[in-house]
Design a protein around this ligand. Structure first.
Ligand SMILES: [Zn+2]
Length: 91
């Protein structure tokens, strides 16, 4: 019966070591990850009218209720403005 206890103890030790390695890997991944992204330094913004993502520097902007909206084209901007007016009227 002593061996049974010993084997259980060894299994527990191995499992604890595996769990520790796993958690350490997670912590390392969480800390090192934010340093990777700056390879693609283009900030994308979403066009609320058609839903496409566009380069912020090339987007057509509209200030609305203190918020800046970004659009891919004039059509989307006017469409959005008309939509805002329609919802304002409806409410
Ligand atoms: Zn658009």
């Amino acid at each position: 019966m002593v061996f049974g206890w010993l084997i259980r103890f060894l299994i527990t030790v191995v499992l604890l070591r595996l769990a520790w390695k796993f958690l350490a890997g997670l912590a390392q991944g969480a800390t090192t990850r934010p340093q990777v992204p700056p390879t693609k330094a283009v900030s994308l913004v979403r066009d609320p009218a058609c839903g496409t993502y566009i380069d912020r520097s090339r987007a057509i902007t509209l200030r609305h209720k203190g918020e800046t909206h970004h659009f891919c084209s004039e059509d989307c901007r006017t469409g959005f403005q008309q939509g805002q007016r329609a919802t304002a009227k409806g409410a």
